[in-house]
Design a protein around this ligand. Structure first.
Ligand code: SF4
Ligand code: FES
Length: 372
């Protein structure tokens, strides 16, 4: 793949954020992981110098923040150098972590290297269930200890709870946990069904009754905790009438770099067939963002089929999610089946009916060797 000498005449607006997927290695094995089912091997990961260049290029492109993610980003031995490089590039740095690999000294070093924010995942409010869901014994206790270290350090903390049929009934306890741990924000994130999550969909989809109770819990908590805790919450696609604006629209606000260097419009796009995603080993981030076919294919509204074409919501939800369109309709260029106007919308209610009849067994990710 060769970069053109001049970028296209109408350059897209700058992205807001970069998701840097530093590694797929992770001590946890969450069955709702959105990593691809074929994980990048440690020997294929980008080295420190290339990541440092990527951070500089992201800042030059106009990115304001970087989410350091994975897998588990602290599984990288060079995590301090990476945080320092991102901070020196002028990016606001957010560490998205399971918290089980980081003690007090390492957290202190991360803060000194320029870390601005911590986003900690929790699997449940009940320890035995949390450890079962994450596939990591003792993990919940380590997370609580880590959260207390973050609180003591003064770094802002967001708690991220991925919710599904097997933990949604404990949403009130998750809200209480966020308060107890001093989080300023709680993300109540319904599972997105790509990668491993799609393989576990039957064991994860919530019931309608659970969903209605959860929505009521969030609304009450938002009223009661105004000014103390911000709660992010979006109705899950499988019960929605209109899709979410995935990534704020393909190639509009966001880009991701995979552990092996592929530049992606979303973290799950690697599973889409028929794409030649650019790689930061060969091209600049600017070229990938502005000129690559992969970023331009679904940018804007020109690519849209009916019923999106001409729809009054075309520039609100941008046709929904391309990865979900591929997963459920077999065509990444189709209207997201989460939209009730899609001819494929019925597959969502069929999936929900099947899941309610299904059991609770998970297919776990294989354990990953960490650190390395
Ligand atoms: Fe959104 Fe397309 Fe549905 Fe209109 S038809 S609401 S643009 S997904
Ligand atoms: Fe890929 Fe929505 S997750 S476009």
């Amino acid at each position: 793949m060769t970069a053109p000498a001049v970028p296209p005449a109408a350059s897209p607006a700058a992205p807001l954020a970069l998701l840097a997927e530093l590694t797929h290695r992770c001590p946890l094995r969450c069955p709702y992981c959105s990593n691809p089912t074929a994980l990048t091997r440690p020997g294929e990961e980008l080295d420190t110098a290339i990541w440092a260049r990527v951070f500089q290029e992201a800042a030059a492109l106009g990115c304001l923040q970087v989410h350091l993610s994975g897998g588990e980003p602290t599984a990288r031995r060079d995590i301090l150098d990476l945080v320092r490089a991102a901070s020196e590039a002028g990016l606001y740095t957010n560490l998205i972590t399971s918290g089980v690999l980081t003690g007090g000294a390492k957290l202190q070093a991360l803060a000194e290297a320029g870390l601005d924010h911590v986003q900690l995942s929790v699997q449940d409010a009940e320890p035995a269930s949390a450890d079962r869901i994450g596939g990591y014994r003792g993990g919940h206790a380590k997370k609580l200890e880590f959260a207390r270290l973050v609180q003591a350090s003064g770094l802002p903390l967001t708690l991220n709870a991925v919710v599904h049929r097997q933990n949604l009934d404990r949403l009130p306890q998750l809200v209480a946990l966020a308060l107890e741990l001093g989080a300023g924000r709680l993300e109540v994130a319904h599972v997105q069904y790509y990668g491993w999550a799609l393989a576990n969909r039957d064991a994860l989809l919530p019931t309608r009754a659970q969903l209605e109770a959860a929505t009521a819990t969030v609304e009450a908590a938002r009223r009661a905790l105004k000014g103390r805790l911000v709660i992010d919450y979006v109705v899950p696609d499988y019960y929605a009438k209109r899709p979410k604006s995935c990534m704020g629209g393909w190639g509009r606000q966001f880009l991701a770099v995979s552990p092996a260097g592929r530049v992606l419009p979303c973290h799950a796009a690697e599973s889409l067939p028929g794409f030649d995603f650019p790689n930061v080993r060969q091209v600049s981030l600017r070229w990938a963002w502005e000129a690559s076919e992969a970023f331009n294919r679904f940018r804007g509204t020109g690519w849209m089929p009916a019923p999106c074409r001409g729809c009054e919501r075309a520039e609100i939800d941008w046709g929904g999610c391309r990865c979900q369109a591929f997963a459920l309709a077999g065509d990444a260029a189709a209207t997201d089946p989460a939209c009730a106007l899609s001819p494929h919308h019925g597959v969502l209610s069929l999936a929900v009916e099947a899941a309610v009849e299904a059991g609770f067994e998970f297919t776990y990710r294989e354990p990953q060797k960490v650190p390395g």
